[in-house]
Design a protein around this ligand. Sequence first.
Ligand SMILES: CC(C)C[C@H](NC(=O)CN)C(=O)O
Length: 623
Amino acid sequence: MGKGKSKVVCGYPLSIFFIVVNEFCERFSYYGMRAVLVLYFKYFLRWDDDLATSIYHTFVALCYLTPILGAIVADSWLGKFKTIIYLSIVYAVGQVAMAVSAIHDITDSDRDGTPDSMTFHIVLSMVGLFLIALGTGGIKPCVAAFGGDQFGEHQDRQRRTFFSVFYLCINGGSLLSTIITPVLRAQECGIYSKQKCYSLAFGVPAALMVVALVVFIIGSGMYYKAEPQGNIMLDVCKCIGFAIKNRYRHRSKQYPKRQHWMDWAEEKYDKLLIAQIKMVLKVLFLYIPLPMFWTLFDQKGSRWTLQATTMDGNFGALVIQPDQMQTVNPILILTLVPIMDSLIYPLIKKCGLNFTPLKRMTVGMLLAAIAFVCAALVQIQIDVSTKQLLHSSPYILSGQGFIYFKLTIKGKANSDSTTVHNTDKATFTLRSGSQSCEYSTNFGFGSSYTFFIHSTLVFGSNCQDSVTAVEDIKPNSVHMALQIPQYFFITAGEVMFSVTGLEFSYSQAPSNMKAVLQAGWLFTVAIGNFIVLIVAELAKIPKQWAEYVLFASLLVAVCVIFSIMAYFYTYIDPTEIEAQFKKKINEDDEDDKSKPGKAEVEMVKRDSIKCHDEYDKATQTKM
Ligand SMILES: CC(C)C[C@H](NC(=O)CN)C(=O)O
């Protein structure tokens, strides 16, 4: 049985249907908007690459810092349900602000197609992004934990499946939106003049966020809504502070040692709270090495995409753009999660191996390191095969009766006048006054040519013989398909690390701190992103393949540390521990009533021994 008033369908509370649909729409909204954001900065707000990149990363980092805020509000004040509703409204307003900020006609009073007051668009979009970061980050730890709350104590298996399905929905939403919003952006729209339609590319995610909110509200009557339990974060901080102070005060040898430094808070704080803090601290300690995984993982969107720009994206009928390679990740997630859940994990279990969550996460880290070794191998191949500048054509041929122009064939989404975006035959028209002629040639992906037009050119229908094409940079010969192995390994790593970590964070958290631990988990993503910025700034390794190897080595080192920490971790059942504590506290209350006047110091000592026994009993299983 689930915990809410929800019907049970195939062993699952019906209420979780609304939660997973909500997550699907929300992730569609988030990833759809994010997919076109850098291009919006660059081509609509007219920012340079550096500014666009920094603001983009600051926004992403903010999205993973705000979960802490959302978790505090949910756990200590509003509860998860209300927090999700209120912050979803903030989120939807932010998305609408983004869509409005991208309507060029609003300030285009001279109707020339460009906004007249860029300040208006910049301010509105920054406000929009701030609200989105607050909304998406704020609800993130609440939605997963709220979903987990819907399951009863004996529904561990169903809850695990829920977290897998939840992850599938994240990636289903992300896959669809990263395909759709770039297409919407490429459309032309406008009232007075037609421009690239960023407003539509932001408008559809805004609409999906409204749908997410409506779906969540429809399920309202079915949810189990755990009550918030006071300002838990403040209590936690005060309790830890008191334990440290009390320990310091009693540092002399005449005072007997206590089993755990948190036990020094026993004089003032509830034993249940102390036990809960111990549980959280144990998990948070284990989180310390985790950001390194995200450091590698999030380079899909940066380094790997840049690597793809130097590769051949011609898949026959389909020419793949470098940024489109990122869709391989959600595609593989949608394939791998069911395979892992229904085939690989049961098979490992059948072989008698206990593949615990922490072991899965360790393997996930190793797979991510392997992905970076693959990326390094691909990079070496690219370096060997390409980009020898054959010669500098203008230098060699200048002053010999030619005029020339240079042409670069890129794999990018936007063009200047001398950039061609595919590998098809291109035709140029050469004009002089009313005379013209045509020249056609084939191009390779990523190549660069200089065209020399003979001064003896005679205009006619064809000027093929009067133009000489010189290849300055060879076409990219290493195919983008070679990136698939690295995507495969990083995604397999993600399934083992991230899907497992999400469930682990929920299952090991005390009932009143579930959202806090989800936020702690997401905080590791934010730190991972900061590490990318720091390493990229500091290391400045000239060879890209060497940087990949450095990151792989760092992750392997961190992975060894993590596996040692994980070996000493004992799994707990927070519900059982809490129940035992509550029972014991009730018994003690009864005891106190019947034996008044008992020395308080003795009581504290005895209670402490009992509590330790119960805590120890409940923490048996190792890594
Ligand atoms: C980084 C997030 C914790 C995980 C997740 N992303 C993906 O699943 C991408 N494959 C998300 O919640 O967006």
